[in-house]
Design a protein around this ligand. Structure first.
Ligand code: HEM
Length: 403
């Protein structure tokens, strides 16, 4: 049985897959990658890491490109950075950043309101400030990181490998500029998340480490510090990949709330928990974090299709989150009813560790904005993002100061 062809070039991933999903659970790109479109199969692939490996890149990606014990060890070392106590400690600083940004955006705005792009003017600026504050990076990096986000977006879209490499190297140089002074300062380095990560221990469980351990006569699990390339990879994950996601999420959330004033009122006046549920559901309906890759490790049948070892797959979260078989009408807003099936943060071993941070940042931003402004649809039309990103590339909303 052959799978339908999937070529999302130039298309909005949401509308493209709404049609494609009706044709079958799997589709195939011209290059042969299986696109997993439906909820049931997406959850199956994500929760079977032995059959569907995350080792898809020849570059080190910690932890997302790791499998098995090595992945477990890296998650055990890095998940505590997102623990509830860490988030509670960080929240006041994030709230202040959100408040300052909202003030910048709404100062001197009259009753007619002001039109702003929720992605570039709110989401991207907020993401850079919140993430640098969390990591303890200088606020002077703001301009460089914002420019990097724009260039990274253009490079990804171009498909030009040399350009993508240049942008990646530029980001590694930014990380290097953050690590070097801390290393030089030794014990006097600032006590922040980045310095802690540089001193982070990890339980040695990787095959290479085990072989090295056996050779040196050591047995069992040992602890070692993270290697330089592992630290760089983790920081790349925590910033490079994530800044864009927060910006796109902000576009989706504010566009959604502008169209649903009663829901905006619930975010404004309701509990933190209720606001989190609303954020999750708005992102389910229009998930801007489109897909993640896997590679099959053995022959397997998925939705009636024979998948061969080495075959590439992409779990299409945006599509799976709109599967009518699971959610009925995908646009029906039902935070409570849909929560248990929501795949915005993934599922299985690779489920997003940054969810508590991302959610806290997004909820705090919405709360601070809605406290002083009403959000309504703008006169200017928005622009949908096209594959490989989702959500809105330009999401104008009208902010009107509240009396
Ligand atoms: C802003 C919205 C975000 C969304 C929608 C999102 C979504 C996801 C999803 C769906 C996965 C699963 C990937 C897979 O199965 O291969 C994932 C993994 C991951 N996310 Fe997030 N994420 C977000 C923000 C963040 C933030 C703020 C951080 C950290 C600062 C973060 C760090 C990671 C890491 C390190 C992984 C890889 C985990 C692993 O492979 O074990 N994410 N994310």
């Amino acid at each position: 049985m052959s799978a339908p062809l999937f070529d999302p070039t130039g298309l909005d991933p949401r509308s493209a897959t709404d049609e494609q999903r009706a044709e079958g659970p799997l589709a195939r790109t011209p290059e042969g990658t299986w696109i997993v479109l439906r909820h049931e199969e997406a959850a199956r692939v994500a929760t079977d890491p032995e059959t569907f490996s995350s080792a898809v890149s020849r570059f080190l990606q910690v932890p997302n490109g790791l499998d098995g014990a090595e992945h477990t060890a890296m998650r055990a070392a890095t998940d505590p950075y997102f623990a509830p106590a860490e988030m509670a400690k960080l929240e006041p600083a994030v709230r202040e950043i959100a408040r300052d940004l909202v003030e910048e955006l709404t100062a001197d705005v009259g009753a007619e309101g002001t039109e702003v792009d929720a992605v570039s003017a709110i989401g991207a600026v907020f993401a850079v400030r919140a993430q640098t504050s969390w990591l303890g990076w200088s606020s002077e990096l703001e301009g460089e990181l914002l420019q990097w986000m724009v260039d990274n977006h253009v490079a990804t879209r171009s498909g030009d490998l040399a350009r993508t490499r240049e942008v990646a190297e530029r980001f590694d140089a930014i990380i290097g500029s953050v690590l070097a002074p801390r290393r030089a300062a030794g014990g006097d380095a600032p006590d922040d998340v980045t310095t802690r990560l540089m001193r982070q221990k990890v339980s040695v469980t990787s095959l290479a480490d085990q072989v090295a351990g056996t050779r040196s006569g050591e047995r069992g699990t040992a602890e070692r510090e993270l290697r330089e390339e592992e630290i760089v990879s983790i920081l790349r994950n925590w910033t490079g990949g994530d800044l864009g996601s927060i910006a796109l999420c902000t576009g989706v959330l504010l566009t959604g709330l502008a169209q649903m004033p009663a829901v905006a009122e619930r975010v404004r006046a309701g509990s933190y928990t209720e606001a989190c549920a609303i954020v999750d559901e708005l992102l389910r309906i229009d998930d801007p974090f489109v897909s993640n890759r896997r590679v099959a490790t053995c022959p397997v049948t998925l939705a009636g299709q024979e998948i061969s070892p080495g075959d590439r797959l992409a779990i299409h979260w945006t599509s799976a989150n709109r599967d009518q078989r699971t959610f009925g009408d995908p646009d029906r807003f039902d935070p409570e009813g849909n929560a248990s099936q929501n795949l915005v943060w993934g599922t299985g071993k690779h489920v997003c560790p940054g969810r508590p941070l991302a959610t806290m940042e997004l909820v705090v931003l919405l709360q601070e904005l809605l406290a002083v402004a009403d959000v309504a649809p703008a006169g200017t039309a928005g622009r949908r993002a096209v594959a490989p990103t989702g959500g809105w590339s330009h999401a104008p909303v009208l902010l009107t100061p509240r009396a």
